[in-house]
Design a protein around this ligand. Structure first.
Ligand SMILES: [Zn+2]
Length: 77
């Protein structure tokens, strides 16, 4: 689970970007932290980069498929 210390620097948002499920190896539309919806594995992705390929982490049988959801969006000025 992602952690933070200073909550004043985080802003809650209901933006639809947080609802999209991304397949392995697909472009990350936003820089930030992405979380696998099936196992909870998290990874930071830089702007313009792609999400890790299918072989980045493996699921045991029955865990579900690897899909990443935006957890925290890094806002640039
Ligand atoms: Zn996973």
């Amino acid at each position: 689970m992602a952690q933070y210390k200073y909550g004043d620097y985080l802003h809650h948002s209901d933006h639809s970007a947080y609802d999209t499920r991304h397949a392995p190896g697909s472009p990350a539309g936003n820089a930030g932290i992405y979380r696998c919806v099936s196992c909870g594995d998290e990874i930071g992705i830089a702007k313009g980069h792609t999400l890790p390929p299918q072989n980045h982490h493996q699921h045991a049988p029955g865990v579900g498929k690897i899909e990443s959801q935006l957890l925290v969006f890094a806002q640039q000025k």
